[in-house]
Ligand binder design. Sequence first.
Ligand code: ADP
Ligand code: MG
Length: 356
Amino acid sequence: MPPLVQVEKLTKEYSAVRALDQVTLSIDAGEWIAIMGPSGSGKTTLINILGGLDKPSSGSAVVDGTDVATLDERSLTSYRAEKIGFVFQQFHLVPYLTALENVMLAQYFHSMTDESGAREALRRVGLADRVTHLPAQLSGGEQQRVAIARALINHPRLILADEPTGNLDEANEQLVVNLLRELHAEGHTILVVTHDPSIGRLAGRRVELAHGRLAQITVFSAEDEERFDHLLERIWIANEEGSKALIEPSHTLGLLDPAVMLRKMAELQLVELSDSAVILTARGEGRARGVIRRHRLAERLFRDTFAMADPEMDSQACRFEHIISPELDEKICTFLGHPKTCPHGNPIPPGPCCPA
Ligand code: ADP
Ligand code: MG
């Protein structure tokens, strides 16, 4: 089977700015891929070209057999209607239409009107009891879910989501992320632009753009991700103890190939390798803080509520730190009364739930 999306040497220039520079990429049907990268790196430009909202300067972008670069305005409109479901950071709902009408408007665009289909799409995103609400009467997360219902109405071959959680608080972000998960599990092909690493990690594959170029294609197994967490934890603890984490293969956790792990982590911009020491980047530090926090909260929980003793507690916490979701983290922390230290007296980095 040919890939659903095949992008070859795609370049987009806006006068002097080269927003995309010879990007080559393919996406299989059913994949969930995350496009990551700093602001201005060309993510929106790529998604807009794939969605037929913008035209490339050169190169080709074939989606489900159609080369979007060759389409005129009229064919682009029907291409968008037939193949693409868009979800934007700004939800782009029509303010004076109800949720149901907003979805039906999309149906109109797709030359069909079927109120029961629109109701079903809203039910699908958990908004069966919000159909007559106007956008202003809905929370951000609910508005984004209306937008997702609208994107799904034509059973698109490709769902394009540009920073879909960029304007949402954490609880609503979780709702939208769960929805993306479900859609992927149902077999939808999803391309999501995000600069949130925790959302990027959910995707099957991550692609980094930097200055319009594809910096890397990253595929890491859950096992590798756990090893990264483990190593980040070690570096954090070394720093806490006032020393630098040294690159010493024999010391590096008994990993099969620590040098490879560290290189991958440097690629992911989690660490910087300098002389013989490993230094956490801001991104790495944020992730390390989260792992340490989950580990130490788990230890507190096991000691305080199950009276678990040291070696057992530590190994359980090691497993637990990978399982705890952000909500569970906050629930445990609140349940324990926002403890400041683990049973060994090491500090637990505060989370969003902790009083300042
Ligand atoms: P991202 O979504 O990664 O933040 P964009 O794709 O929006 O990045 O932009 C990539 C580059 O192209 C930026 O330098 C931006 O200023 C430029 N750019 C994007 N759209 C236009 C436009 N319509 N006209 C001129 N420059 C643009
Ligand atoms: Mg953008």
